[in-house]
Design a protein around this ligand. Sequence first.
Ligand SMILES: Nc1nc2c(c(=O)[nH]1)N[C@H]1C(S)=C(S)[C@@H](COP(=O)(O)O)O[C@H]1N2
Ligand SMILES: [Mo]
Length: 351
Amino acid sequence: MSHLNKPYLITRSLSPENQETPIHFLEHFTPTPPDYFYIRNHFNYPPLKEDNYILSIKGEVGSVSTFHINDLIHFPLRTVKNVLECAGNKRSFFSPKTYGEQWEAGAISQGAWTGISLNNMLKITGIRSSAKEVVFEAHDNGKEKNKQNLPYCRSLPLSKALHEDTIVALFYNGTPIPYKQGAPLRLIVPHWYGMASVKWLKSITLINHSFQGPYQTEDYVYYPNKYNDENASFVTSMNVNTIIQKPLDYSTSSKGTHCISGIAWTGLGRIKNVYISTDDGQSWNKATLHQALSKYAFVPWSYVWEVNDTGEYTILCKGEDTAGRIQPDKAYWNRKGYGYNAVYKVKVKIE
Ligand SMILES: Nc1nc2c(c(=O)[nH]1)N[C@H]1C(S)=C(S)[C@@H](COP(=O)(O)O)O[C@H]1N2
Ligand SMILES: [Mo]
């Protein structure tokens, strides 16, 4: 990417800081540069002293342990290259609209994170047979929920916590994690929506019950009804999803050959196909899929479009994953506006 014509983040709020990546203007054959990584915070940034940083692992473990950051770099390191998408990404496209940050399509990025499999750390502490979930507490806190000052805190079921690609990351793109991205230690949970990847990690606690924090049981829950909590379910892995990067919505162009391009991603299995329609859904064709950075990364795709007539065109795209999921015509509406993944649409005028 040329830094002469530099894109910018798209500001949604400043305190706490919430910004979208300029997703339509980035290449996706590399990890997102930190300056362009989307930013999603519940609170203001925590004050941290990086020297003397420790991480404790406690609760339902064989022995409570404290790891100094300088000890951690001697563990076997693992790199995970994955999409991180906020569960509220594309929220502004819901109809009827829902409350919350009105993200368009840029609450998403992909990184290359290097750290230690949590699994390896838990081999040292041991896991009691009573352990059911693993709770990750962060250094940032505030009064967003309830009356008390609460830290950002989330849990994972033991099975996901023990997956070898669930890592406590120390490095981003080969250098220490930048402060805004969660320095010095950040949990990375590939395939799950971003809320699981806890920044500024402070402690890890194994528990023998279901964690009840507000970011677990109030937020990041799909509520399909507007006025009651019936049929609620937890937000976990990402839905199959795509965007068209080129052409831009409501752009004008001329007759001839055009390259329609974009990215696809999923939180279950891999991307299998991307389908394009240039006639508002009457006919569909397969796009060409390009090499992704890894099995958890964006899949860039492209489609050559020959257009010989002037007029207005509606271009649609939808992804399909190996779990058998395909983007729906209409997204699953839920009160808090999570997981939007309806067929992506742009309109263009050929003059
Ligand atoms: N400590 C902490 N971790 C957090 C959050 C937070 O507010 N505090 N936000 C979560 C949410 S909702 C998302 S989408 C991602 C955003 O990560 P990013 O700011 O690096 O893009 O971090 C997650 N981890
Ligand atoms: Mo998020």
